[in-house]
Design a protein around this ligand. Structure first.
Ligand code: PSU
Ligand code: MN
Length: 305
């Protein structure tokens, strides 16, 4: 449970606060995708568009970030733009969220930190691009995203396009299963792989309607099962890049990363940036399309809750 004392550190923007007070649907959005996941000005346009899509679907968007030590639930257009342009924003997860607050710092919140903040505010649905997970070579690097542990403990529905395909998807699914995290593929029998609609891995669970996802979540809460769930929503066909085509880019990006000695928090942003370069920008277009698609589904789930 979030302690009462957390409120002192959190600013909930209007109209998010009144939507929550009235029990109207709200969808949280993360901000590491803005600060570390996409270059400017695409990040800014993406952030504005996903908020608009959620509003059009009849829910209230709440982009979450830490600004000058305050946990922001909802950013004004000016704050959002400043974050999109900012240099040196932190990439915040469970380990350093409170550090940024205590030091008055600014940072984008990852899936893990956004789930924590969403829970503080009472938001149950959250849209992102792809979650972090088990990196390739984790058997020696031990690089496993804190997103997986957060999914196991924090009761928020995370709508994604699956684990990012730069990851070891099979091991990521294993860790999610160990943590008791339901992975629900939306309208698909296989787990989507971010830029691609398919992967070799069968969907652990499948649901075809937002209402069924909301029911499933309610049932988990009613049974006292802690933790979140992951919805994996395939990227729209028109924007998909095939598994075969992505495989080459991912391999090249990974070789570049190990040659450059990239490690820790820098790995995911480096790989995404390298792949953007290698694809001449098409990976970014696909990334934006899948985030928008996830925002739409998240709003529909929020309306059913
Ligand atoms: N989805 C995207 N782009 C991103 C991310 C998600 O389309 O950049 C971010 C999320 O914030 C996620 C993070 O939590 O990447 C994973 O980072 P890491 O692998 O270091 O845990
Ligand atoms: Mn990592």
């Amino acid at each position: 449970m979030t302690p009462e004392s957390a409120k002192t550190y959190v600013d909930i923007l209007e109209p998010v606060a009144s939507a929550l007070a009235a029990g109207r649907p709200v969808v949280a959005l993360e901000s590491t995708i803005i600060t570390h996941g996409m270059p400017w000005p695409d990040n800014s346009r993406m952030a504005e568009n996903v908020e608009r899509i959620i509003s059009e679907e009849g829910a209230t968007p709440a982009t979450i970030a830490v600004v000058d030590g305050r946990i922001k639930i909802g950013l004004s257009p000016e704050e959002r733009e400043a974050l999109a342009k900012s240099q040196g924003a932190m990439k915040l997860s469970r380990a350093d969220l409170a550090f940024a607050v205590s030091q008055g710092r600014t940072g984008g919140t990852t899936v893990a930190a956004t789930m924590i903040a969403a829970r503080m505010a009472g938001i149950k649905v959250f849209a992102t691009g792809g979650i972090g997970g088990v990196h390739m070579g984790a058997e020696t690097s031990f690089d496993i995203s804190a997103d997986l542990d957060e999914l196991a403990r924090t009761p928020v529905i995370v709508v994604s396009a699956g684990p990012k395909a730069i990851l070891d998807i099979e091991k990521t699914l294993e860790v999610l299963e160990s943590g008791g995290v339901p992975v629900v593929a939306f309208g698909s029998d296989v787990v989507p792989a971010f830029w691609s609609r398919t992967s070799p891995f069968p969907a652990p669970l499948r649901l075809d309607a937002p209402g069924a996802i909301a029911d499933f979540f309610r049932t988990r809460l009613a049974l006292g099962l802690d933790g979140g769930m992951l919805v994996a929503n395939p990227v729209p066909e028109a924007s998909e890049i095939s598994v075969a085509e992505m495989a080459g880019y991912i391999k090249a990006a990974q070789s570049a990363a190990s040659e450059a000695g990239v490690s820790g928090k820098a790995v995911t942003p480096y790989l995404l940036g390298k792949i953007l370069e290698l694809t001449g920008g098409t990976s970014l277009k696909t990334n934006i399309a899948l985030v928008e698609n996830n925002a739409r589904l998240a709003a529909r789930i929020a309306r059913e809750l």
